[in-house]
Design a protein around this ligand. Structure first.
Ligand code: DGJ
Length: 739
């Protein structure tokens, strides 16, 4: 986020007129304040974001969209009451509306004082530069509560980051009932469409689309975890103007792994406001004098390149600004995971046999899944007892780990640190360590309860258990699982008015544990898994390197799952395994080729029972793994074009990944089923250098197109024929600039 702002603040800090600080280059970001109009303006990438202070001190949104000229002037809108039931105070596009005065729309902020006063009227007080961005201070007109709004803008992508700090400057506690991170406003229009992701276990990331009409759409999780059912991401485009590769798209994503809410509201006039952050449902937090609460970051971006352009921006932002190792996170190694092969029946002999087979096909990281610890012979026992099961591993993990290392692979281990089985030594010793309410049933899911990580003693215990495990064994990777949502989210040891803070304190402690582990075990990588894709958001992605996308490993179902996923998250973190056929999820049989090409569109893994694969299958798998290694940088770091959607009801789907330097690209095509004998149209690709000449070859076959070398312009205009017939057929082509 370096730009001219850093050096020009002194110059532009309080200048009259934007023109005084001309942009050096549109690639730079800049934050400016015009004292004459009281307008703040952030420019980054192709985006301008502006807001300002009204004459009465209200902080109002002004503009969010394509980057404006440096010389453009912006003014704070002045709005009169429309009627007594539509006062300006409720219609104004506020940056952070508090519930107080006449406001009937979704507030970002709602509080209560011990004397019953619940009215809060926030007015602008001051601003200051902060890091690469800006901090704006608002305060209540009568009582000592302060809200600091933080803003950043990313130089490359124009993605704006916003969060709030709520500070109690008084001498009595204040109850916070609602504390969102930000409100985003869009100009009046009547053809907005909302896109969002819903799902369920083994069927995550289903893209939904609906027109935005007056009223509210709420997407949320009340589950204490990000959830399979909804993802904290939204995109809004214009029905008349936007498509996959063109037109305006505004999008946003929350950096929070607990209960969250995003509310998309349109008033009858057509104004849109998107408010989001911590879910106020069942939440409250008592803020003591001199304490403050930071809300999660709500990121927002704009693209005029359609949904494809929006997701490419977000992918770039995640890679450069969010993921561990940013701005150049390490590439995902090819992984093997034992879950589908052995279930809970892990032991040293079986795991070593699998590791030897995995190494033969070119796997780089061997992960032993569930079953290695405590009395974990099924999902009924053992969680919480993170000690090696000495019947399964009489000599500890060392023989397995050493063999994995000898074979040239990293060693990874499955853990589910936030959980406890009632049948475990941990639970027998500390039955009070779980979420629950006094005298009430504690609902078990998968025979497990949720440890109350919000408690410092529980947090420290979990940290120590993991730290010991990592100190005692040479482990390079943890698969961090979480197989249930919360229920009865009580914290009975605290006063009733403090218990509902669990929604924030738990997640902060979860982040603390992961951050500490990473600090004390540099080089450790972590996968975020929650029974598949139940915990994927920009908060957890700041501290985990990849995610387990879904327990559904069927390669055809995965096409739709992966298509939805990539709307919000980079394929660089999207793990997919090649497993056995027929697939456990739906009994569908597919070829090894189809399974590999489906899984190669993200981070490749293998999860099959390799002991059952024939020599021919092992050799074929080895060829795919080695082909993947030739294109993985392009897949994981390149630009993704979703050329033909698997959702569109077409027989085919296709994705295209173009390396940043445009020297290589890879086209994956899938034929779901042939129902007629029609010739399929050529696939026109995108994003190549039109002037460069690209040679195209099949990823796994000698056969090539009749004229394999053509210009980028040719492949993008004329396209490429991918003749596929039959059911569940797949093809991949590599485009390389001809030397
Ligand atoms: C759910 C995960 O998504 C699976 O991959 C596997 O790790 C199981 N849990 C193990 O219990």
């Amino acid at each position: 986020m370096k730009g001219v702002r850093g050096m020009s603040w002194a110059v532009v800090k309080v200048v009259a007129g934007f023109a005084a600080a001309a942009l050096a280059s549109p690639a730079l970001s800049e934050t400016r304040y015009d004292a004459a109009t009281r307008v703040f303006r952030l420019d980054g990438g192709g985006v301008t974001y502006a807001f300002g202070v009204s004459t009465t001190g209200v902080l109002k949104s002004i503009y969010w969209g394509p980057r404006l000229a440096s010389s453009d002037t912006l003014a704070v809108p002045v709005l009169d009451d429309i009627s007594t039931t539509d006062p300006a105070s409720s219609i104004d596009a506020q940056e952070f509306a508090s519930w107080g005065g006449a406001i009937y729309t979704e507030p970002a902020f709602k509080i209560a004082w011990p004397d019953g006063v619940r009215d809060a009227v926030l007015r602008y007080r001051s601003f200051k530069p902060e890091g690469d961005g800006l901090a704006i201070e608002l305060a209540d007109t009568r009582r000592p509560i302060r809200v600091t709004l933080h803003y950043t803008i990313d130089t490359a992508t124009g993605v704006v980051g916003r969060w709030a700090t709520i500070s109690n400057d008084g001498s009595t506690p204040i109850r916070i009932d609602q504390a969102f991170s930000a409100a985003w406003s869009l100009p009046v229009a009547h053809d907005y469409r909302l896109h969002y992701l819903t799902g369920q276990w083994a069927a995550e990331w289903m893209l939904q689309e609906r027109p935005i009409t007056p009223g509210s759409t709420v997407i949320e999780s009340r589950r204490g975890i990000t959830s399979h059912q909804a993802s904290p991401w939204f995109a809004i485009d214009r029905a008349g103007l936007s498509g996959e590769e063109s037109g305006p798209v505004w999008f946003g994503a929350l950096g929070w792994s607990g209960s969250w809410r995003i509310s998309i509201d349109q008033n009858p006039r057509g104004d849109i406001r998107v408010t989001g952050g911590l879910n106020p449902f069942d939440f409250s937090l008592r803020l003591q004098p001199r304490q403050s609460l930071d809300t999660p970051v709500f990121y927002g971006g704009y693209s005029d390149g359609g949904m494809g352009g929006a997701s490419r921006l977000l992918h770039r932002f995640e890679l450069a600004r969010v993921l561990p190792g940013r701005p150049e996170p390490p590439l995902r190694p090819v992984l093997y995971d034992s879950w589908e092969a052995t279930g809970f029946a892990v032991d040293a002999t079986k795991q070593i046999a699998l590791a030897e087979r995995a190494a033969r096909v070119g796997v780089e990281r061997f992960v032993m899944d569930d079953g290695w610890f405590g009395q974990r012979n099924s999902d009924r026992a053992g969680l919480g007892d993170w000690v090696v099961n000495d019947q399964k591993f009489p000599h500890g993990l060392a023989p397995l780990i050493n063999r994995v290392h000898e074979l040239g692979m990293d060693f990874g281990l499955w853990v589910e640190p936030e959980m406890v089985s009632p049948d475990s030594d941990l639970y027998r010793a500390h039955p009070d360590w779980v979420l629950g309410m006094a005298g009430r049933q504690r609902t078990e899911e998968r025979h497990q309860l949720v440890l109350n990580l919000a408690r410092t003693d529980v947090r420290d215990h979990v940290y120590k258990a993991l730290d010991d495990l990592l100190n005692q064994n040479s482990i390079q990777f943890l698969k961090w699982d979480n197989n249930r949502d919360w229920a009865e989210a009580g914290w009975p040891e605290l006063a009733p008015e403090d218990q509902q803070a669990v929604y924030v304190k738990y997640i902060r402690n979860l982040y603390w544990i992961i951050d500490q582990l990473r600090t004390h075990h540099p080089g450790l990588e972590i996968e975020s898994c929650a029974g598949g894709g139940g915990r994927v958001d920009l908060g957890v992605l700041q501290r985990t390197d990849e995610v387990w996308t879904s327990d559904n490993t069927d390669p055809f179902d995965r096409l739709t799952i992966q298509d939805g996923f990539t709307h919000a998250f980079t394929p660089a973190v999207m793990m997919a395994w090649v497993t056995d056929s027929p697939n456990w999820a739906n009994n569908r049989s597919t070829s090894l080729r189809y399974r590999f090409l489906s899984a190669m569109q993200g981070g490749l893994g293998v999860g099959a029972d390799l002991g059952k694969w024939t020599d021919a299958e092992m050799a074929e798998a080895g060829r795919y793994v080695s082909a993947y290694k030739q294109v993985r940088r392009t897949v994981q770091r390149g630009d993704l074009y979703r050329l033909v959607s698997p959702r569109a009801g077409s027989e085919r789907s296709a994705t295209f990944y173009v390396a940043r330097d445009r020297q290589q690209a890879v086209l994956f095509t899938f034929l779901h089923s042939s129902t007629k004998f029609d010739k399929q149209p050529a696939i026109t690709v995108r994003g190549l250098d039109p002037a460069a000449r690209y040679r195209v070859r099949a990823i796994d076959r000698p056969a090539v197109a009749a004229n394999p070398v053509q210009s980028g312009a040719y492949w993008m205009a004329n396209g490429i024929d991918i003749p596929l017939t039959g059911d569940f057929q797949a093809d991949a082509r590599i485009f390389e600039v001809a030397k």
